[in-house]
Design a protein around this ligand. Structure first.
Ligand SMILES: *Cc1c(COP(=O)(O)O)cnc(C)c1O
Length: 377
């Protein structure tokens, strides 16, 4: 049996090596390392895949979020609502820009932002909502967009984990993740659904004006060369990463199908186990299973993790500490107990190996061992 890993990028690379290597070689041959054809090609291909008007390639997903908030022209003290159960980057950029992060609880079933909590958190200072499509499943965008419309708020989707998944609105319209709000942000970190071989990210929008402004911000606020109209940053996708992404994009749908198949295997194997709650799927959204995350019921998680590790099965905790309990984000507005769902999730979640290359032999080994081990944990 192949070694079990959280993510198996090597096996995936072996299958597309020819295309990836040829793309990288082309960049080396032309020595166009920044901007240039590869980046433009990938940008156009991704726009067409997503059905979105503008893709702006940037340096990473965190930059994408930062540039999005800068593009909206938010000012010091403006409030931005974000879930407390997420990766730190979502709140980090809010704080870095001097905006006020307002964290809210999440839904126990889907791990995504709780709409009722968002409603309660809206004040006259609220300017934007940043929902995170956690683990690959879209947040309740219909409700979020409705709320945003009522209160004149911007919506910036953190689609770093949901690339390639889709959301269907009640009118039957299906839209790709990251393309529903004013702006969507994604990451091409190697382990993401569409990962490059270094750092990368992108911003999506259908708004021409925002697109022009965010492109300029990503390039030192420069519109005409060496004329800087606004304060920007330096954030770009390099050509080698664009070449890798362009070789991988045609496989993205197959990659998601492979993840969904592995998830279905897990779901079925764990169906009768009272100590495991398998991930709930929301009917309006597909699930890209960036992570396959179970909730443990009355289980000693550390004991279980150790026992799994002894069998060569890695498992990770995404995320062990909600934002409002992070040392760097201590805030007199928040204390332990304020967001009980996020705190409960942080204590009981466990993410299992999930990637495009899991085979039946590995899945049987993983699930058999989990079912045996969990009895004693
Ligand atoms: C990965 C990730 C990011 C940041 O992306 P980087 O490319 O690592 O900067 C932001 N938000 C979420 C939810 C992520 O999973």
């Amino acid at each position: 049996m192949k070694k079990i890993q959280m993510v198996d990028l090597f096996s995936q690379y072996q299958k597309i090596k020819k295309d990836v290597d040829a793309g990288i070689q082309e960049v080396l041959d032309t020595t166009t390392f920044i901007k240039g054809g590869k980046v433009n090609n990938f940008q156009a291909h991704l726009e067409s895949y997503l059905g979105v008007k503008h893709v702006i390639p940037v340096g990473n997903g965190t930059d994408a979020l930062q540039i999005a908030l800068m593009g909206l022209g938010l000012k010091r003290g403006d409030e931005v609502i974000t879930p407390t159960f997420t990766f730190i980057a979502t709140a980090e950029v809010v704080a870095l820009l001097g905006l006020t992060p307002v964290v809210v609880d999440v839904d126990f079933e889907t791990f995504n932002i709780d709409i009722e909590a968002v409603k309660k958190a809206i004040t006259p200072k609220t300017k934007a909502i940043v929902p995170v499509h956690l683990f690959g499943q879209n947040a309740n965008m219909e409700a979020i967009l409705q709320l945003a419309k009522e209160h004149h708020l911007f919506v910036v989707e953190d689609a770093c984990q949901s690339m390639g998944s889709e959301y269907t609105f009640s009118d039957g319209k299906t839209v790709k993740s990251g393309c529903m709000g004013d702006i969507g942000c994604t990451s091409f970190f190697p382990s993401k659904n569409l990962g490059c071989y270094g750092d990368g990210g992108a911003i999506f929008t259908n708004n021409d004006e925002l697109a022009a402004k965010m492109s300029a911000i990503a390039n030192h606020g420069m519109v005409v060369r060496y004329h800087h109209d606004m304060i920007g940053i330096n954030s770009r996708l390099d050509s080698i990463q664009a070449a890798v992404l362009d070789a991988k994009l045609p496989h993205l749908n197959d990659y998601i199908t492979a993840r969904q198949k592995a998830a279905a295997f897990y779901n079925q194997a764990f169906a009768g186990c009272e100590k495991i709650i398998t991930p709930a799927t929301d009917r309006n959204t597909t699930h890209a299973y960036h992570q396959y995350t179970i909730k443990l019921v009355n289980v000693d998680r550390e004991k279980m993790r150790q026992a799994l590790a002894d069998k060569g099965i890695p498992a990770m905790i995404y995320y062990p500490v909600p934002l409002h309990l992070q040392k760097a984000y201590q805030d007199p507005r928040y204390k332990k107990g304020d967001f009980p769902v996020a705190e409960e999730l942080a204590a009981c979640v466990l993410s299992l190996p999930m990637h495009t290359e899991l085979d039946d032999e590995q899945l049987i080994y993983i699930t058999d061992n989990i079912l045996a081990i969990i009895k004693n944990c």
